[in-house]
Design a protein around this ligand. Structure first.
Ligand SMILES: [Zn+2]
Length: 207
């Protein structure tokens, strides 16, 4: 972008429109001349995406313009399904939070149109009741919640999230991997019932 009057290369963008090619209205910062320029964004390129759904993942490709910038937490349209970017690997092999498409080697993403799958372990003095539930991704679990699961009432003692173990506070279901509970006796009012959210059958007992 060079001013046609004075040849200066620092210009301010006043207006920008278009998708495949951008039509810019520029003002020279040196002489104040206002001029138009069209920037070709090039053809969309195939960018590799590894997309996961629970424990499984598969490779896919998405067409994006090389000049576009991708960021972690951006949502992509993968064959009609929304997938959120969790990590970006650039061509130097580094994991970054943002990158221009032309420097991207692989995008890591997960589908966000599926419920969160959370493991539950309730400790009956060494005998562990283990279940899996599927809940809305935005559902919040809080340490201390009283929960009903079939004929058991338990209190959330701690939670294991993607990053750490929590002994207080709350977390959105999609970051929670497992909930640890202690059984509760007697008639206590529970906060929510997860019985209808159970999936699969009994999993391996873990201690
Ligand atoms: Zn100028």
């Amino acid at each position: 972008m060079k001013c046609p009057v004075c040849g200066c290369e620092s210009c301010q963008v006043l207006k920008s429109k278009g998708k495949k090619s951008k039509e810019l209205l520029l003002q020279c910062e040196e002489c104040g001349n206002i001029f138009r320029e069209t920037v070709d964004l090039g053809k969309p390129t195939d960018c590799r995406v590894v997309v996961s759904e629970y424990e499984r993942s598969h490779k896919d490709f998405i067409k994006i313009y090389p000049d576009e910038v991708l960021k972690v937490e951006d949502v992509l349209d993968l064959d009609g399904r929304p997938a959120e970017i969790t990590s970006i690997e650039n061509k130097k092999g580094a994991r970054v939070n943002r990158s221009q498409v032309k420097d991207v080697e692989t995008i890591w993403a997960h589908y966000i149109d599926v419920p969160a799958r959370v493991g539950i372990s309730v400790d009956f003095r060494g005998r562990i009741l283990s279940r899996k539930v599927e809940v809305d991704r935005e559902f919040e679990f809080t340490v201390g919640d009283i929960v009903k699961l079939e004929n058991v009432l338990f209190k959330i003692k701690s939670m294991k999230t993607i990053e750490r173990k929590m002994r207080k506070g709350f977390a959105k279901a999609w970051v929670v991997k497992r909930i640890y509970g202690t059984p509760i006796e007697g008639k206590i009012r529970y906060k929510y019932d997860l019985t209808s959210k159970m999936v699969g059958t009994e999993e391996k007992e873990e201690l």
